[in-house]
Design a binder for this molecule. Structure first.
Ligand code: LLP
Length: 420
């Protein structure tokens, strides 16, 4: 359930018509619903109420400071993957003892920053990384807390680019090698082994891969215990899918029901890293039709948002519903490609989409654009990144300003020899 609904044929975010936001802020812009963000966080939190848990929001999905502050106020921590994300999380007031740090390529500077910030633990992805963390911690005269990320070799049955828990992927330590790696880690003087991490992929729409992965790591946790390496934290990652078109993913409570017995059996404190399920359907991208172009072969709705603003359709052939902001009853339908102004044929938001006839000047809402949308935006074609707006009831707040042309060239320099 989300709070982007039609009120008398005018699509609104909570109590504000999107048309009004377009008038005030221009287009394109991202719009997030405070009530939806809150509701989705709480749905996950409540679903797992019967096990001690920390929700470390996967901020790669949405890292706006205001969104993070809202998450913090609801009790969230953060799953980070870079020094930049750590900086944002701390700025937003996320407590460092609820921050976990994943990613296959952490550099020494990032490792030092995380140890200095006293994060909860690193999710370690290789023996080389373990070595690097041990070295940096030694130089600082500290011990670093780590969880080893185990790759359980389970097919998450999702898009190949967002599958992470199979043998062929770059993530984690193979289940067959994990025991030896845990033993090595436990023997390193500046490493404290506290956890085990397993994240198998994103946009999962079935429960069984979660169950299979957990079942596999539970065996390992028991073996580790027997070997004198007790595991305090079990990090189950994120990955729960959402409805973009007609998927019917399990609800957080369905997933919790299925895996709670396994989580209890682990006797660990649970850490989870949901991203998309909290923010995905809590945001939209608002765009305006610039031109209609009929080539005889195809009809294009050329809009002012493009692949640099929302790359998911181009990169993953992802489906995002596109709704007219003003609904005209009984309007005839036509097939359009909804494309942006970027000079690439790969620049589209939808292809061969049957939708109510659109015309120049119409506003369209690209739905389910709260996750992996603004965070993946770029300045390609020197397009300023668009603003982000948070709506709460009847109020709206600009939580990131539209970039200016000056922002585009910030930090660039023309060397003297080119100007003399
Ligand atoms: N934990 C780890 C270690 C992850 O790698 C990810 C996502 C998450 C948690 C959060 O997963 P979620 O709950 O959001 O599914 N750009 C892609 C998604 C990339 C996901 C990367 N890792 C997309 O637009 O679909």
């Amino acid at each position: 359930m989300h709070h982007f609904q039609y009120h008398q044929d005018s699509l609104s975010c909570e109590d504000i018509p999107l048309e009004q936001i377009a008038k005030e802020q221009g287009t394109p812009c991202y719009i997030y619903s405070h009530a939806t963000l809150t509701r989705h966080f709480q749905a996950v939190d409540q679903a797992f109420a019967s096990v001690p848990h920390i929700i470390a929001f996967a901020m790669k999905a949405n890292s706006n400071l205001a969104v993070l502050r809202l998450m913090a106020s609801l009790g969230s921590g953060a799953d980070i993957v870079s020094g930049g994300e750590l900086f944002r999380a701390l700025k937003a007031g996320i407590p460092s003892n609820k921050i976990v740090f994943a990613g296959v390529g952490k550099d020494h500077k990032e490792i030092r920053y995380a140890i200095e910030s006293d994060i909860l633990f690193f999710n370690v992805e290789s023996s080389a990384e373990l070595q690097a963390i041990n070295e940096v911690a030694k130089g600082m005269g500290k011990q670093a807390r780590v969880a080893l990320r185990v790759n359980p070799d389970i097919d998450p049955q999702t898009h190949p680019y967002i599958s992470t828990g199979m043998k062929k992927s770059k993530f984690g330590i193979g289940a067959d090698l994990a025991l030896a790696e845990f033993e090595r880690a436990a023997a390193l003087p500046n490493i404290q082994v506290v956890g085990l991490h397993a994240h198998i992929g994103s946009q999962l729409t079935k429960i069984s891969p979660f169950v299979d992965s957990l079942t596999k790591v539970l065996g390992l946790i028991q073996t580790l215990k027997d070997k004198g390496i007790p595991i305090q934290y079990l990090n189950i990652g994120g990955g729960l899918g959402i409805t973009y078109s007609d998927e019917a993913p399990p609800q957080p409570k369905d997933l919790a029901e299925a895996i709670t017995p396994l989580l209890k059996q682990s006797q660990c404190q649970i850490v989870m890293e949901p991203g998309r399920v909290i923010v995905g359907n809590a945001g939209i991208l608002l765009t305006r039709v610039l031109f209609i172009k009929d080539t005889g072969t195809k009809k294009f709705a050329i809009v002012d948002a493009a692949m640099n603003d929302l790359i998911r359709p181009s990169l993953y052939e992802a489906h995002h519903d596109i709704l007219p902001v003003l609904r005209i009853p009984n309007r005839q339908e036509e097939v359009f490609d909804v494309v942006g102004p970027i000079c690439e044929s790969g620049d589209f938001l939808a292809q061969n989409r049957t939708m109510p006839l659109v015309k120049e000047g119409d506003l369209l809402a690209v739905m389910s654009a709260g996750a992996y949308a603004f965070t993946m935006a770029s300045n390609y074609n020197s397009r300023p990144r668009v603003p982000e707006i948070l709506v709460k009831g009847r109020e709206s707040f600009v939580i990131r300003e539209r970039e200016s042309y000056d922002d585009l060239i910030r930090g660039e320099h023309i060397p003297g020899f080119l100007t003399s």
